[in-house]
Design a protein around this ligand. Sequence first.
Ligand SMILES: [Zn+2]
Ligand SMILES: [Zn+2]
Length: 423
Amino acid sequence: MFQAPRGTQDVLPEDVPYWTYVEEAARRFAVLYGYQEIRTPTFEDTELFSHGAGAATDVVEKEMYSFRDKGGKDLTLRAEGTAPVVRAYLEHGLHARPQPVRVFSLISVFRYDRPQAGRLREHHQFDCEAIGDEDPILDAEIITLLWRFFEAIGLKRLALQINSIGCPVCRPAYLERLRAHYAGFEETLCADCRRRMERNLLRLLDCKVTTCQPVADSAPAFLDYLCAACRAHFDRLKAELEAEGILSFPNHRLVRGLDYYTRTVFEVWPPQAGEQAAIGGGGRYDGLAEQIGGRPTPGVGFGTGIERLILNLRQQGVEVASSVRPAVYVAHLTDAARPAAAHFVRQLREAGVPTMAGVGVRSLRTRLRHADAAGVRWTALFGDDEVQAGTVSLRDMIAAVVETQPVAAALQRISGPASDVSA
Ligand SMILES: [Zn+2]
Ligand SMILES: [Zn+2]
């Protein structure tokens, strides 16, 4: 017996309405803000991710699904959403279009990680990117889009955290201060943090290990060491968010997991933050295009995990309308009645009525049980008597009334305005 691989899941028909609810809202909001859909491949050159995300990040060191194909090429399943979109922007010369280029996608992301609730090895994301301009208005637009989308799908009591992690001008001096702060505590640090001291100083700040918390909490805040340009960028972002009426909290320990971020980083946290992670986040990545071999191109974007969103929607009691069911179940009770039943099915579908057809020859009782399970409004049955008389036995499943009537009349009744498909 096969099972779905660890860290993957099947979404059964009864769970799909949550997915379509979130995906439709995502598309609606992206379009509302002037974003167009883009679709990139499921796998890319491994180096796109290792150059983009940074070789010393967890994603690149431990979590990528990498393989060598039969032609000897090193490929990796999409490990995050931004680098592929920036790669496509560069490859297709989108800098020649009016800037910024605003795009969104609904994607699968693959990480070899310990599976937990809402965090799978194949998970799905709604991703938005605005590429080609460094105006902080764009940072505010991206955050506003994400925030309004969360509001629209019904999530409540969320908290927006923001930070700035500077630029190549101000970062080296800040990192030196950070190193000096941590140097006094080296014996108390976890093994990961001792490694980060050598390779990835910023990530010291988001260590989750208990013994590292006091050191990280008392660390100098980057916001106090920004250069003038980064300071102005951050202040403008805050003013823009305020004008939108969106409350944000500075968090000096917010740095995100990927090396390409510059200046703005942000995350949105659910109310029961303790047991789970952020439900969305992103930031500015002005150095990414160069890191993957392109011309310098600023950009800002977010990603939000669909599984995690659905988990939070359910926890917050947000109900979603169930999926569209067929309106009518049509079946034959004898082999001889099959052509009449098939003809009726054809007529209903031509009239645009979602119709489920019975297969095999089953008893009346079984037919009604199947119709009931399908949740249909009408059941139309054809036996030998009905075929002979040119009629059909039509059952109104709500009123529980059965009437034998001419086929044309039944067709009229089901497909006419009086029929309530959703009831
Ligand atoms: Zn700076
Ligand atoms: Zn640590």
